[in-house]
Ligand binder design. Structure first.
Ligand code: MG
Length: 393
């Protein structure tokens, strides 16, 4: 038993919202409400995995609405039930195999949950089986019936509950199983009913829930204030591999994933695809994740002769884990021969399929150095790559 997982509850139909799409799938900034909520947990170093509970009818919308997230970085979603409680229980049951130590249950419609709040909830679980974010009630509270005020309710001991609500996994799943027939509006109530303590953690007004169209407008306004919810990052990559003579039948090189017939070959530990190496380094650079040599040390025999697409896939996986999305790529290959022009479109298509983005976002150019320097003398081929990507703020 170990680890801390997040369960994002996205199974609601949002009757009070009344939009074309349920609120969790509505656009927000460069992505969707759900992506923003998921992104907060995916990016948190203390969260080991994230899973959504969705409605069976929404499977298609779900996949479309997380298009900026590398899907493998998420656990596959599970289907919810008729009530919120049934949905949460299906979500909890899906973690039985992982058997986590702690679980955080979060409303998909609270896209502005902060890393600090997630951290505070997790650390409260060291002392208490449950912990929830709370906010003081600032308005005066009235008890009313038949259109008339009966009395004013003292508000000193009243608080508003938010999510993520954190629990020790064993306790919350046991309580949910026992009390599945009860109707409660949050998960902490389930734990309270079982007589277990729930600690208070300071919530945040910014962590509001999108319930109505007014809330949705507020969310969009708040995001505009933050600069659209994404920041643009740029990464640069550079690589050179040595060219050597070979017999005709041993020649040929691979550039940007495309095999090119050539009477010479590139030397390298892997397949020596200098274009994909520059690209991989540019992606690592844009997300501040070191370089290719750090992730795939040349001293490791596992990478010998390896297809460099594997390097690109690893970089893309990290991009996905950060909830980031690649905007565009520009690669320049530097060599006198072979001619790159005839292969350019094929290279763009290969990279587009590796990165799962449109070919129009990828450029491959080539230049010579007019016979000057190492590339000019044909001693090697060099490649430069620039990548821009959008990273959630
Ligand atoms: Mg290299």
């Amino acid at each position: 038993m170990s680890g801390c997982y997040a369960l994002i509850v996205a199974a609601g139909s949002g009757q009070r919202f009344g939009g074309e799409l349920p609120k969790q799938y509505s656009p927000l900034g460069g992505g969707t409400v759900l992506e923003a909520s998921i992104g907060a947990f995916l990016a948190h170093p203390k969260i080991d995995g994230v899973r959504c509970v969705i409605s069976k009818d929404d499977a298609d919308i779900y996949h479309k609405s997380i298009s900026h997230i590398y899907e493998h970085s998420l656990l596959s979603p599970v289907f919810g039930g008729e009530t919120r409680q049934q949905s949460v229980l299906s979500g909890l049951e899906s973690f039985v195999e992982e058997n986590p130590d702690k679980i955080l249950i979060h409303d998909a419609a609270r896209p502005f949950v902060s890393a600090e709040l997630i951290e505070n909830i997790i650390s409260s679980l060291e002392k208490s089986p449950g912990a929830i974010p709370t906010l003081a009630v600032v308005d005066t509270i009235k008890s009313c019936s038949d259109g008339l005020v009966d009395k004013t309710v003292p508000r000193d001991s009243l608080f508003r509950a938010q999510t993520p609500q954190g629990f020790r996994f064993k306790e919350i799943i046991t309580a949910h199983r026992e009390l599945i027939k009860e109707s409660m509006t949050d998960d902490a109530s389930i734990l309270e009913k079982s007589g277990l303590t729930v600690a208070m953690v300071a919530g945040s007004e910014q962590n509001f829930k999108i319930t109505t169209q007014d809330d949705y407008d507020r969310a969009k306004g708040y995001l505009n204030m933050l600069g659209g919810g994404f920041e643009t990052r740029t990464g640069f990559g550079y690589d050179v591999h040595r060219l050597v003579d070979k017999n005709d039948d041993e020649g040929g090189i691979r550039l940007c994933g495309v095999d090119i017939p050539f009477n010479r070959t590139l030397l390298g530990h892997s397949d020596a695809d200098v274009g994909l190496h520059a690209l991989t380094d540019a992606i690592f650079g844009a997300i501040g994740e070191g370089d290719i040599g750090e992730h795939f040390p040349p001293t490791d025999s596992r990478w010998k002769g390896l297809d460099s697409e594997v390097f690109v896939a690893r970089a893309l996986e990290l991009v996905g884990e950060k909830g980031a999305k690649i905007n565009n790529i520009d690669i320049t290959l530097v060599c006198e021969t072979p001619k790159i022009g005839p292969h350019r479109n094929h290279m763009r298509a290969r990279i587009a399929s590796m990165l799962n983005i449109d070919k129009s976002r990828i450029s491959v150019k080539a230049t010579t150095t007019e016979g000057l320097g190492a590339t000019g003398r044909g001693e090697g081929i060099a490649a430069q790559a620039v990548v821009t990507l959008s990273l959630p703020v």
